[in-house]
Design a binder for this molecule. Structure first.
Ligand code: SF4
Length: 216
């Protein structure tokens, strides 16, 4: 039996993708564990600055949201609002935050990020607004090519995301079947499909890649 190490493969791939991201002017980091990554992310966000985040299983899973709520006086948390109007206002205010956290639905090995968004607030903040955007992703989000990233985001991540927001009682085919049919329903969560090829200004988007399976 040969000596198989998934961890070694992840570490090598992580370093490779960090180089690819840097060639596209992203700041990029690779950490083996989410604990190390969380400490780095908290160092990246000055305590006095404002911070908000988009919907993400990954940043919830690694305990980051809990830390932001506890440690940052200027954390803007839409989930702490009590009405739809307040929630919407919090989502709008997030565009003016110093720091915005989110994940990616897929990352190609050559350093491009793909995100699918229903309301568009997450991809809008990524493209313009917050001073610093920090993208946190498990190594499971990395795929070979940009085409593969698009397939991952649309046919794997999105049907699961539709399930994730099932409390909204969305009527999409993927919720019933588990597979994407490229629907045009009014409830479709695949409204905006955004590829981020480079970070402009240089270093505004910072990617923290983690050698673990996180999110979906
Ligand atoms: S079926 Fe519609 S909502 Fe579901 S993943 Fe496909 S395009 Fe998105």
């Amino acid at each position: 039996m040969p000596n198989i190490s998934i961890e070694k493969r992840n570490d090598l791939l992580g370093v490779h993708v960090v180089h690819a991201l840097k060639s596209r002017h992203f700041e990029a980091y690779y950490y083996k564990t989410s604990n190390e990554a969380v400490e780095k992310i908290l160092q990246l966000i000055p305590r006095k600055e404002s911070v908000s985040w988009g919907g993400s299983t990954t940043i919830e899973e690694i305990g980051l949201i809990k830390r932001l709520r506890a440690d940052y006086d200027r954390a803007l948390d839409r989930d702490q609002t009590t009405s739809i109007a307040d929630r919407y206002e919090a989502m709008q205010k997030a565009f003016f935050c110093d720091n915005y956290l989110m994940s990616a639905n897929a990352i190609s090995e050559d350093g491009q990020l793909v995100n699918v968004d229903g309301n568009g607030n997450r991809v809008a903040a990524m493209a313009f607004g917050p001073k610093r955007v920090i993208v946190v992703a498990g190594i499971n989000k990395v795929v070979k090519t940009l085409d593969d990233a698009m397939v991952r985001a649309r046919t794997y991540a999105s049907p699961i995301n539709a399930q994730r927001v099932s409390s909204l009682d969305l009527k999409t085919p993927c919720i019933a079947t588990g597979t994407c049919t490229d629907c045009k329903t009014a409830d479709c969560i695949c409204t905006y499909i955004v590829t981020t090829r480079i970070s402009r200004p240089q270093g505004r988007i910072q990617v923290v890649l983690i050698g673990e399976t996180l999110g979906f």
